[in-house]
Design a binder for this molecule. Sequence first.
Ligand code: AMP
Length: 439
Amino acid sequence: MAQRVQGTEDLFGGYMREWQNVCNIAGDLFSTYGFDMIETPAIEQVTTFVHGIGESTDVVRKEMFRVFSGALLERIFEQGDESHLKAKQRMAMRPEGTAGVVRAAVEHNFVPQGASPVKLWYAEPMFRGERPQKGRLRQFHQVGVECLGASDPASDAECIIMLMEFYKRLGLDASRLSLSINSMGDAACRPAYRDKVRTFILDHKDEMCEDCLERAEINPLRSFDCKNDHCREVMKQAPLVTDNLCDECREHYAQVKKYLQEAGVAYEEDPTLVRGLDYYTRTVFEVQYVGDANIGAIGGGGRYDGLMELEGGRPTPGIGFAVGFERIMLALQDAGVDISGEPEPCAYVANTVAELRDAAFRATLALREAGIRTEADYQGRSLKSQLKQADRYHARVCVVLGPDEVSAGMATVRDMRTHEQGQVPIEALSSKVAELIAR
Ligand code: AMP
């Protein structure tokens, strides 16, 4: 039996409907904040991620799926390595959405200098070569937003407020969520801070793992989210970024917190929150689901004022977040929130004899043309089992076609809630069914 790839999921049935509801709630909310939808390719040049996410991150070093055509792979095997490949031949499946959106913004010059911020949202699959487990997949989905060209602390606060509103609209109670925030400084203050952390790691080198010693050279801040518990324990004594911010970053952070307080958004400050991607500057934030520790982070994001330049554009500030769809679904399940919504009202066309299939076919098309979701039986079932089928579809109205009615140009229309029924001329069928559904 053919099987799906480990760490991937098929989405169908009721789960898919819930999924679409989550997506619709996101779209409605984000559009009230002025965000438009964007879709970028699932494959990008490797450099897009290396420049943006950072060479020393686990996401780029260990988890990114590389893409080669069969012909290219053959050449790599022949030559022994991939050093002969051009940059554009080195491709990867996107592990996250921001780098691609920013690449697109640079390529199409979405954000001309001096223009108002450009706000974009997406709901797309992402790919990471992780060890699959609950809430951790190799193909997972993120719904995310990017606000490009916005430098004011109010945009940081707006993003966080919108994220928390999203969870609220999904039906996740604030008591089940924990929002952590931090400031990671900027180009002015982070280098000196990074040096301090490097010195700290090297002073504790006997207690740190090999990866962290390597990180100390390339990007020591990554040691704050080392997967090794002991390293994380040691890092609790490391200098804190919030004690090392420059005046501008401290002021920016203070403003963000002030706006959050004004909006009544509860948060905790976590000076060790560095997030797994290198492009963040200043504000970073993460939301954990409190109910079930295994679900973990259900969303996170931050400011990335240097990313446009890293992708080859003009210096342009930006901020965004991404929410893990699968983890949202797990959290909703854990919290007992039913997101399935009401089934869309529909009509069912039944026929009492197989010879009336053509009439049923025509009536079904006419109802659908009038915008009514309609199902029909073409399998020659008994009338009783067709009516059962209508119930299964949650049909509000059942149209029954019998030989006498059809030859008289009529149809029987049955209201499935009240069980009242009557005959209507075939030409008036759509308007009668629509009227009963709307009632
Ligand atoms: P990140 O891009 O790492 O900041 O992740 C943003 C959100 O995506 C996280 O908070 C998770 O909810 C979700 N996420 C990240 N990695 C995975 C994964 N491998 N499987 C499922 N969800 C994930």
